[in-house]
Design a protein around this ligand. Structure first.
Ligand SMILES: [Zn+2]
Length: 461
């Protein structure tokens, strides 16, 4: 490989992009030093030269550096189903996702996850928060896919109201934590499926015990919540409370709780999130494609609730996800009250990076170009016709950028992608193998689509 980014393969280096997106906003005239996989310093060229007069600096004109984005909610076992959900009505998990995940074996789990990780890295995500129903064997395959692709992964172990006991869930979670320790960029979590109609396996009170274990062992607790009309309605009918009110009563809302979607929320539920420090993933494309509502993300941001942006296994372009985040807020919450700013651009950059890291318990590890954090970053080409002239970089990130402007992706100091192609492995051979495996799995899984393919729905067909 012979690119201007060859120097990024060294264990330590200093780079001077034209612009760096810091937690305070975009800054120019900046030198970033990377050493041993972490950001060692961020300072002006003048102060760097005073300290290191002879140190070589890789100057990257027409290049912006931003933190790698965090996909705060996805399902790496559902990658092969993405083209089958277009136009499908809500609650597709019953007809498409569950049959598909039931057809996973170790090889398919590896290929499905690696395809998602490849797409994610191409789309600017350096961290993925995975929600799954995997066996430990399939999870190990997912971990291998993360290691082979170079992405940072929050890996989930499955538990649900079908689990036999709290003790069983806790033992499984402890084994999962040990399995994740083998890989430095794989972080453990517990994925809990709450099925109100099947409480036979687990007493409701057992959830409190599981929540307490997660707090004590500092383990991220992930759960879908308040996503669709039936979930909220059933919870109210069965328990006399809305979901987030029920979680609060059970004591499972805390700083390491990550609720996915949280779209259909009452004012009281928003206040409970704020009071307990629980985080949310805002999944705008999931709302566009199959949702009943758009999360009140501006309200979450205003209250300082930890909020990341998720794809929910829709499409893996972090820039289009930020665009959707802003657009959905503008249409659902901004338009009715004449709010044209809707987060002023930076809110979505923050949610896509630092917010996602914070909501998924990785705020001290990734999410910003800041000394001490992992060197998880993107280098973007700013010299493109679509990006000229430039006057407000964070708004431009939200509205004009997309994956084609990503020149390099670095995770934990490792250069993992250059110009959309992975470093060190053959993307074309991988796609060849995965295309065949995906087709076989889809045929075997017997998913049920409501609609035929688009062209058959044209008039006269
Ligand atoms: Zn989901």
């Amino acid at each position: 490989m012979n690119t201007p980014f060859e120097a990024l393969r060294s264990p330590s280096y200093a780079i001077a992009p034209a612009l760096v997106v810091t937690p305070q906003g975009p800054v120019r005239d900046c030198v970033v030093v990377v050493a041993s996989g972490k950001i060692a310093s961020v300072e002006t060229m003048q102060s760097f030269r005073e300290r290191q007069p002879d140190e070589p600096v890789l100057e990257l004109r027409h290049t912006a550096m931003m933190p790698g984005m965090v996909d705060a909610h996805t399902h790496a076992g559902q990658t092969f189903g993405k083209a089958h959900i277009c136009g499908e009505p809500t609650q597709i998990w019953r007809r498409i996702w569950v049959p598909l995940e039931d057809a996973l074996d170790e090889r398919r789990a590896y290929l499905s996850a690696k395809l998602m990780f490849l797409e994610a890295l191409r789309g600017g995500f350096t961290t993925l928060v995975n929600f799954n129903r995997n066996s430990p064997e399939n999870n190990e395959a997912v971990h291998r896919a993360a290691v082979d692709s170079g992405i940072r992964l929050v890996s989930g172990v499955a538990a649900s109201t079908d689990s036999p006991s709290a003790a069983h869930v806790i033992r499984t979670a402890q084994d999962h934590v040990s399995a994740c320790r083998a890989h430095p960029r794989v972080h453990p979590s517990l994925c809990f499926g709450f099925y109100g109609e099947s409480l036979a396996g687990l007493e409701l009170a057992a959830l409190s015990e599981i929540g307490k274990f997660c707090v004590e062992d500092k383990l991220l607790f992930q759960m879908h919540s308040n996503e669709h009309f039936p979930d909220v309605h059933d919870c109210i009918v069965r328990f006399g409370k809305r979901p987030i009110e029920l979680w609060n009563e059970l004591g499972i809302l805390h700083r390491l709780t990550l609720l996915h979607h949280a779209t259909l929320v009452s004012a009281n539920e928003v206040a409970l999130l704020e009071d307990t420090g629980a985080g949310v993933s805002y999944n705008p494309v999931a709302s566009q494609w199959k949702g009943n509502a758009v999360a009140p993300a501006l309200e979450y941001a205003r209250r300082g609730i930890a909020m990341g942006l998720g794809t929910d296994a829709t499409r893996m372009d972090g820039f289009r996800n930020m665009d959707a985040a802003e657009s959905c807020q503008r249409i659902a919450h901004g338009m009715p009250v004449l709010d044209f700013s809707c987060g002023a651009g930076w809110t979505w950059v923050e949610a896509a990076t630092r917010g996602g890291a914070r909501a998924s318990g990785l705020g001290s590890i990734t999410g910003a170009i800041e000394p001490g954090l992992a060197a998880d970053y993107l280098l973007l080409d700013t010299r493109m016709p679509e990006l000229l002239p430039s006057c407000d970089f964070e708004w431009e990130l939200v509205r004009f950028y997309q994956r084609d402007q990503i020149r390099a992706v670095v995770v934990g100091g490792n250069l993992v992608m250059v110009n959309g192609r992975p470093v060190g492995w053959d993307m074309d051979a991988f796609m060849e193998e995965t295309g065949v495996a995906a087709q076989e799995m889809l045929e075997e899984a017997r998913i049920t689509r409501v609609h035929a393919v688009s062209s058959t729905l044209r008039p006269g067909k």
